[in-house]
Ligand binder design. Sequence first.
Ligand code: KG4
Ligand code: ZN
Length: 344
Amino acid sequence: MVILGIETSCDETSAAVLEGAGEAVAQRSLVILSQDVHRVFGGVVPEIASRAHLAVIAPVVQRAIHDAEVSLDAIEAVAVTYAPGLVGALLVGLSYGKALSFSRDVPFIGVHHMEAHLFGTVLEHPEAIPPFTALLISGGHTLLIDVEHWGRYRLLGATRDDAAGEAFDKVAKLLGLPYPGGPHIERIARDGDPTRYRFTPPMIRGTHSSDPDYFDLSFSGLKTAVLRATRGVDLDSERPHLSRAFQDSLIAALVEKTLRAVRLYARERVVLGGGVACNRTLQEAMARTLAAAGAKLYAPSPRLATDNAAMIARAGLYHLEKGERSSLDLNAYATLPIPGLLAS
Ligand code: KG4
Ligand code: ZN
């Protein structure tokens, strides 16, 4: 099957064409247009995001079809993100995808954005298939999920407050770094002295999987600890050390929680997704710890870790192959649980 994917849930307008069936799926094209305008505001402005999607959705889709070296006639199905995200932004892609599916008379499937992140890595690493432990870490989400099969997800833990990427962005702001802050913190932390400041990794208490803190995460206390440490210091000289200590603490918490999940379910594979998965320091720490526990880490490259339509098409293909179809009155939702969640 040749499937077109569309993603407009936040500040990336993306379209992709995939071809294949089952686990043998090839990415024929992927176009991602990032809306740089939000940098001016230090965060995504929803109304501006919707308007920017509207201006470029048609050329982005056309470009993906062109790059795939297929014609519009060759597209056999359309998959579009319908939740979660900014409702106005989602509606642009959703309406476009519905119109395309209706006019071409091909099946249409709505895709949950966070479920799609689970499918991003397998496009590059064919071995990144269930069962695996997934850690999805982006600007809006922090989810630890046990993936028994595609479509069967056990939500083990989530953040109680800020998402991991949000913590990076807020701490970056405290340190006077540009938005989005994650890549800047990672870069600057390389010159940091790891012993100059120490922040206790958050929420690593809990000794048994029945403890409420065992899998959950929390980053707002860490952010406050960084804020306190910045008072009365010369930021220009302390910035690398503070960045280093913050990142070390956050990574230690993510690694510990992931390791707990791997052990409890005896998984041999861990899959990362979301913008924070681009962090090489995290990838290295995670891979090292997991290797010692007999598990292997699969991290997507930045284009597939951050928001993209290839993962939407891949997840859509999975649902279509199960015989699912969405109706053309499918709505967009700001928040919605991942479909296929098992009671934990
Ligand atoms: O998945 P994403 O592109 O967008 C959504 O939030 O959905 O993730 C963006 C987040 C931002 O918070 C950004 O600071 C973070 O990913 N990020 C990073 C790195 N690259 C991007 N965080 C830490 N280290 C990085 N190298
Ligand atoms: Zn995302």
